[in-house]
Design a protein around this ligand. Structure first.
Ligand SMILES: Nc1ncnc2c1ncn2[C@@H]1O[C@H](COP(=O)(O)OP(=O)(O)OP(=O)(O)O)[C@@H](O)[C@H]1O
Ligand SMILES: [Mg+2]
Length: 506
């Protein structure tokens, strides 16, 4: 067992004769159908891809992603050892720093949904007799047939997916578990097996096991200078602090658990308090998620949410807490943005295609949400949309759909053809596939903005964008549509986004 670092070759490593559990696509997403024909696909290392995608979802905890990813790769390569779980990690650190989020983000990347995690809340197993809920009562006990164990092979298999057969198991707040549960866990960690009340077994050889705990979190908080918080700590002092927090965590774990238990962990990862930069990145992500939620849930009643820098700064100030981490930021966003927005929608104050502007109210104590008149009338009656993709079916389908709405669709199958069309027609919007035979959609979009600055650019992708392309999309405010998507998503994006653009122009 060691502190955050790349794992060493594992004990009892044996090569399996079949590469079981290979994730079918890079970075856990489907490859585009015709990727082999595409010239500009950047040649990236899948481990780097997975690390980059995870780091976008779990902000400011590089140690966690760097430690976990190699275990997934080992599984993908069919080299995970037999007779034990693929990896066993103890995640420590202050509340709201991303411990549970890490497991959820992994589930999303590997299986397509953050719900694909078998989660055991150890707080529910504080008493010895409650452990029967976990493994089921043995035969002979009254009502043993009615007790459904929480951990069964079926439930473990149910959290895998077609994409990947590695199951993620999370034992949350492990310090709360009764001693008999810790003993059961010891068997899981050691042999990868759990014996149920009816004498059947559950096999964890295709599982990553995560244990989370707040052990030592209180002392860690004291170390993060209560008056100034982590925010004011300089970089050099920060790495010193990282070491101190790890030592506190390890000390607390050693006090609470037996050496056999601690020795079976592959890695203890201590999560760091979130820096202002990380909180700011989390805020941007939460606002982008809220906009996406509006677009998908409200369909053609969707609108644009405009949160300028001073309103973001207000949310950050109110939502920064070394005690509660990003939980406080989430609460602040909910109180000052999501709830008032929901009230406006419920009382029909926002018109479809309109825009909600967020401002810091006078006095600086709250936010004001203001609707801008319905812009539908400002959308050109007949917008011209350029669609650049080499998927002819998609081109024809959208062409029919847009024609029904009186829109004009220009289509191109390559970047070169698209550039010619932009110069000749100056379209209102461009839908660009990320991977084109002679270029990439993100860079093409940036080029288009130089020719037609008010153009709305939307990027479509069947894969996860490399971090530098994601950053370009954020910088230029390009919405990213992940394939597969509904045709209505495209139309709604264009309708809702064109309106404010035209308002500015008007
Ligand atoms: N590092 C992070 N990156 C992105 N989002 C985060 C991060 N940390 C926290 N969050 C946000 O805060 C919420 C709570 O985080 P999470 O559940 O991971 O906390 P935790 O570390 O498990 O805390 P606890 O010890 O209280 O269980 C997440 O759902 C997510 O929205
Ligand atoms: Mg948690």
């Amino acid at each position: 067992m060691k502190e955050p670092d790349r794992p060493e070759p594992r004990r009892r490593t044996r090569v399996k004769n079949t590469a079981t559990g290979i994730i079918k696509s890079e970075g856990g997403v489907d490859k585009p159908k015709n990727s082999q024909n595409r010239a500009k696909k950047p040649a990236t290392d899948p481990a780097e891809d997975l690390t980059a995608v995870l780091s976008q979802k779990v902000v400011g905890q590089p140690a966690a992603t760097h430690v976990i990813v190699p275990y997934i790769q080992m599984f993908q390569a069919g080299l995970a050892p037999e007779g034990r779980p693929v990896g066993i990690f103890l995640l420590l650190g202050p509340t709201g720093t991303g411990k549970t989020k890490t497991v959820e983000a992994l589930a999303e990347v590997l299986h397509g949904s953050e719900k694909n995690v078998l989660k055991v809340d150890c707080g529910e197993f504080q008493m010895e007799h409650e452990v029967a809920k976990l493994i089921g009562a043995p035969p002979g006990y009254l009502g043993h047939r009615e007790t459904q164990p929480m951990l069964t092979q079926q439930k473990l298999n149910a959290v895998t997916s077609e994409k990947c057969n590695l199951s993620l198991v999370l034992f949350d707040e492990i310090e709360k578990a009764a001693p008999s549960m810790t003993r059961l866990l010891l068997g899981v960690l050691d042999k990868g097996l759990l014996r149920l009340g009816d004498n059947s077994t559950v096999n964890f050889e295709r599982s990553l096991v995560f244990l989370t705990s707040n052990l030592g979190a209180r002392e860690m908080l004291r170390e993060i200078s209560p008056e100034f918080g982590f925010q004011s700590v300089k970089t050099a002092e920060r790495s010193d602090l990282t070491g101190k927090l790890q030592a506190i965590g390890l000390g607390a774990v050693r006090k609470r658990f037996s050496p056999e238990f601690v020795n079976r962990l592959d890695c203890i990862i201590t999560y760091q308090p979130l820096t202002p930069e990380s909180l700011s990145a989390i805020l941007d992500k939460q606002i982008a998620d809220l906009q996406n939620h509006v677009n998908t849930r409200l369909g053609n009643r969707s609108f644009t949410l405009d949160v300028p820098p001073d309103a973001r700064q207000f949310l950050l100030q109110k939502g920064t807490s070394s005690e509660y981490g990003a939980r406080e930021l989430n609460r602040t966003i909910h109180r000052h943005l999501t709830q008032p927005l929901a009230t406006m929608v419920a009382t029909n104050q926002v018109s479809p295609g309109g825009c909600v502007w967020v401002e810091v109210a006078e006095g600086g104590e709250k936010l004001t949400l203001r609707t801008v008149e319905s812009q539908t009338a400002l959308v050109p009656a007949n917008p011209t949309v350029l669609l650049v993709d080499d998927n002819r079916d998609l081109l024809h389908f959208l062409e029919r759909l847009m024609a029904n709405d009186g829109w004009t669709l220009l289509t191109a199958e390559s970047a070169t053809e698209a550039k010619r069309l932009v110069l000749a027609n100056k379209p209102n919007a461009a839908l660009l596939d990320y991977m084109l035979p002679d270029g990439n959609g993100v860079e093409l979009g940036v080029e288009f903005l130089q020719a037609v600055p008010e153009m709305l650019v939307i990027v479509m992708t069947g894969t996860i964008l490399p971090p530098e392309e994601e950053a370009l999309c954020e910088e230029h405010n390009f919405p990213v549509l992940r394939k597969p998507f509904l045709a209505s998503d495209v139309m709604n994006q264009i309708r809702s986004r064109l309106a404010p653009t035209n308002a500015t122009r008007a």
